[in-house]
Each structure stands twice: as C-alpha cells, then as structure tokens.
Design a protein around this ligand. Structure first.
Ligand code: HXC
Length: 514
C-alpha cells in the first residue's frame, strides 16, 4: 500500500475525530457536557463501537457552506454492544454547527434507523442540537420528517430511547416524543416547541429556558421526560440500566436472568399496612419486598406520583410494575396518573414484558378540573391499555379497589390472568359511609337517631362488601393470600404463564382514546 494513501485516510480520520475543533470542545466541557464521542465511549461496551458514515459531509452550497465542511456533519452514527447486546446509536455533535440537523445529518440517522429496524436492535439517540440547520431551509425540515416517519415505523418493533443532553427545540422535539423513553440531564438540557423569546412575544410570559423546558419541568410537570440524570455520565448509566430490562425487539421474550430461588416468604409484608385503612403507606415498600432484591427501577418517578410504574425482575424475569400510591392523593387515579400508567402498560405489552399490578385505589379523582381536562378519555386510555394487553398479567389487591377504578386496574374482567387479594382488601362500588348514606337515605332520615342509624348501616354495608370474600366467591379474585406469600404466589403464577398466547380479533389497529 502506498504511504500517501494511508496518510490521506489517517488525515481524514483525525479531522473527523476532532469534530468542531479544540476550542468548541473546550466550550462543551465548560458547560458540564461531554462530547458526542465521549458519550458513545461511555455508553457502549469497551471497544465495541463501529462507526458508519464518518466521512459524510453536507452538500449545501448556499451561504458559502461549501467552505464549511466537517467530516461526519455533526452527528456520529454507528453500532455497538451494551451488556453484550447489539444496539444502534447516534450522537449529535454540538461542536459542529451546534449539532444542527442538515439533509445529510438526517440521512445518516435514517440509514441507522433502517438498519436498527432490519436487524431488530434497540435504537438510542443522544440529542444535543440547535435544531434545523438554518442554512439548509426546507431540506433540513424534510430530513426531520424522514426521522419522525422512521420513529413511527419503529415504534413497537424495537425499543427507542432518546437522551436529551443539550438543546432540543422546535419540531426537533417530536422525534424524542415518538420514542419510548426520554431521559434529560438536569441544567444542561431543555426541550420546548417554542423558546422563551417566542413565548414572551405571543403570551407576554417571562420564563427561562430551564423553567420552560428544563429536565425538572418535563419530569414533574409535563411528564414528557421519563428519567432525570444529574449529568451526562449518570444519564448514560441510566440508559444501560433501562436496557437491562428490555428485549431487543418485539418478537423476543422479556429478558430472563439466572436466578436461584430460595425462601420466597416475606414476613415483613404482613406488617406493612397501617391499622386504619384511612392511613397512607408507601407502596414502594411493598414493591421492593415483592420483586427481586434491588431490582426495582422506577420510571416517571416525579410525574403523577399517585401511581408508580417501573421495571424490576421477579425470579430473574424482567417485569413491569404498575401500582397505586396511597401516599400521594390517597392513590386516586386522575388524568396524569391514567396517562402515565397507560403508556407504560402499552410499552410493556409491545415488548412482551409481563405486568404485575398492585391495587390500592379509592377511585377516580372527582372535580371540574378533572372532568374538564378529560378524565373520561384519559381513564379510558388505561382501561384500553390493560384490556388490549396480551402479556401475562397478575393483579394483587392490596387494600382498596373501589368503583370503576377496580375494573380499570387490571381486573380479571378485563383480562388479568390471576387476581390475588390480601385479607384486608375492600372491593366495592364505594366506601361504606357513602354507600349507606345513599341506599339507606330514607331509613336514616326517618330514624330517631340518624347518626346511630348511619353507623349501623355503614357496618352492615362493610360486612357485606368491604372484604375480598364476595369477589372470591364469584371467582373475580382467584385467591385470598397472606401478604407474606405474595412474592411466592406471583413467581409461581408467572412461571405458569410462560407459554401464554392470546388471539385477538383481526384488525388494522385499534382506536385507543387518545
Ligand atoms: C446552524 C447553528 C444552529 C442551527 C446553532 N448553530 N444552531 N447552525 N443551524 N440551527 C451554530 C452557531 O451558529 C454556532 O456556530 C454554534 O452552532 C454554537 O451555537 P451558539 O449559539 O454559539 O451556542 P449557544 O450559545 O450554546 O446557543 C445554542 C443555541 C443557539 C441556543 C442552540 O445556537 C440557538 O438558538 N440556535 C438556533 C436555534 C434555532 O432557532 N433552531 C431552529 C429551530 S426550528 P459557530 O460557528 O459560531 O460555532 C427547528 C425546526 C425543526 O429546529 C422542525 C422540524 C419539523
């Protein structure tokens, strides 16, 4: 081989590896951010990354752009391994044109997405971009649309994960929004459709980028982001952790890791509920006792905290958990909790991840705010999501299961494979006080001592319904179990469902109440 040929290749590679140059890399570090290449190195198993399209440059000649060519064109694309499994990854390079998306930058991402789909491996996007490459006009918009289109085609086929590690504004937010999970870094990332300046002009609101679209706003207020990291390194670790629970594609079973079964009895659970059923407790204590030690990975932790969702393993099998949280708003279902849980249920069902549902729900949240914001349609999302799910589905009624929320929270009637109840479970249309005041209204009003009558009728209603045995007698609950037996029962039930196959009516796709 001629020496000049090797030198030429070497020169070009060195140029590509330099990105936007030393000073821009320094600026990136000064902002507390890693470069695109550093991120990929930290994310993937050592030495596993293979780059595709390192020497691609843009084709724009407007605004003298032919004189501003950077190999790679602001995005590094390729494949590698995480936990030894194939993944495809792109990382936008903010040091090149602010990571902005040109026609060729978009093409590189699209080529990768096509490969990820064809080879059925997860797609990970590390976003850090000033948005559409302004010098390219509509070519850049076209590029975005091609990415959005592929995000949609890949949805439900391969897991798609988006990390937001810098700016993400305008229509650019819609690619991450279509993917399955969004992670954001605190104080170094933001997402919004229109920035603070436009907001000021249009609505006269003064707001900072951080407040409008920073990590905490999207984690807690909008629910757009699912996980929040303190910095790039933590974010990349979170992606790896998330992937641990996910299969590579929709035809693969949920991961099963080696696990030695021992004594699965958990006596601590017998004492977890407070004496009074009006008192709160932390459902996460129950979750942690039921699943494998230290395996619970909560998703959407800061959003709609009245419902808890997350991944875990049960006897080494990856599962999804949905649980009402009595510690927040008494665990009621409201608009946001319904949306949060419904999306999680659909993700798990798309990727064959069995669902375990812990129920302690007093009902749906009443009020004009909820009704006018569409609790009917949002609650229906959760009902729909559970009803259409064909993965193994196990329910444990821990305490309250009232009204429509009883039906919605993975009841047997909508397809749960097993429903267990703890001995203190209350399964009824409503609480004893409310129920007796309605159905015994006349009797109470005409009683010599109405207060005593209410108490008498309340007791009568409670004895009739506020226990799990009426539901057990009907077969709506398969078994009333001791809390300490829960883990053992769930492990056995899940194992019995390992070959579950369900046929659904043929259709193009359902019409979930969006
Ligand atoms: C081309 C861009 C760019 C862009 C930044 N740069 N954004 N180049 N197109 N969209 C370049 C800058 O010119 C600069 O180049 C370098 O990237 C770094 O930018 P700075 O402004 O110096 O960095 P910083 O101060 O950190 O500010 C980052 C920023 C800002 C907030 C992202 O650059 C900015 O506001 N950019 C424009 C954002 C925007 O309006 N994008 C279009 C959104 S609409 P040099 O050579 O000086 O280093 C959109 C529509 C998508 O994206 C629609 C899809 C359907």
């Amino acid at each position: 081989m001629k020496k000049e040929l090797l030198e030429r290749l070497n020169r070009m590679k060195v140029e590509a590896l330099a990105g936007g140059g030393e000073s821009r890399i320094r600026q990136q570090h000064e902002k507390g951010k890693l470069t695109a290449r550093e991120r990929i190195d930290l994310l993937l198993d050592p030495h596993s990354f293979e780059e595709i399209g390192m020497l691609v440059t843009h084709r724009n000649t407007d605004f003298d752009m032919q004189n501003a060519l950077y190999p790679g064109d602001g995005v590094i694309t390729g494949y590698g391994l995480i936990h030894g499994r194939l993944v495809y990854v792109f990382a936008q390079d903010f040091t090149v044109f602010g990571g902005s998306l040109s026609e060729t930058h978009a093409r590189k991402i699209c080529v990768l997405m096509d490969m990820a789909l064809q080879n059925k491996a997860p797609m990970i996007g590390l976003n850090d971009s000033g948005g559409a490459r302004i010098q390219e006009g509509v070519d850049s918009l076209a590029g975005y649309a091609e990415v959005f289109y592929r995000n949609t085609l890949a949805s439900g086929v391969i897991p798609q994960i988006s990390a937001i590690l810098g700016p993400c504004a305008g229509g650019a937010v819609y690619s991450p929004a279509i993917t399955d999970f969004i992670l954001m870094t605190d104080h170094t990332s933001y997402m919004f459709v229109t920035g603070p300046n436009v907001v000021k002009t249009v609505t006269n609101e003064s707001v900072t980028s951080e407040s409008l679209g920073g990590a905490l706003s999207h984690a807690g207020k909008s629910g757009v982001s699912h996980l929040t990291a303190a910095n790039d390194m933590e974010c990349l670790e979170m992606i790896k952790k998330l992937l641990f629970y996910l299969p590579s594609h929709h035809e693969a079973p949920s991961p099963q890791y080696p696990f030695d079964l021992g004594d699965e009895y958990r006596p601590a659970l017998d004492g977890v509920l407070p004496e009074s059923n009006h008192l709160p407790y932390d459902i996460k204590t129950v979750i942690r006792e039921v699943v494998d030690r230290d395996s619970f990975f909560e998703i959407h932790e800061l959003f709609a905290q009245n419902v808890v969702v997350g991944f875990a393993t049960l006897a080494g099998k990856s599962i999804g958990i949905v649980a009402n949280q009595p510690q927040v708003l008494a665990g009621v279902l409201d608009v946001n909790a319904s949306r949060k849980a419904a999306r999680f249920v659909r993700f798990c069902d798309s990727f064959n991840i069995p669902l375990i549902v812990l129920v302690d729900v007093p009902g749906f949240l009443p009020g004009t705010d909820q009704e006018w914001n569409g609790i009917i349609v949002h609650g229906a999302k959760l009902l729909y999501a559970f009803s259409e799910a064909t993965v193994p589905r196990l329910t444990v009624i821990v305490r309250k299961a009232y009204g429509g929320a009883y039906d919605v929270m993975n009841s047997k009637h909508i397809g749960a494979d097993f429903s267990f109840a703890w001995p203190g479970a209350e399964i009824a249309v409503m609480g004893a006080r409310g129920a007796s005041e309605i159905i015994f209204k006349k009797e109470i009003e005409s009683a010599a001592d109405p207060v005593a009558k209410v108490l008498e009728k309340e007791k009568e209603y409670a004895e009739t319904f506020l226990h799990p045995y009426r539901a057990a007698a009907r077969g709506y609950v398969d078994e009333v179990i001791l809390p300490s037996e829960t883990r053992r029962k769930l492990i056995k039930a899940l194992a019995s469902l390992s070959k579950k196959a369900v046929a659904r009516p043929s259709k193009k796709h359902g019409n979930i109440p969006l």
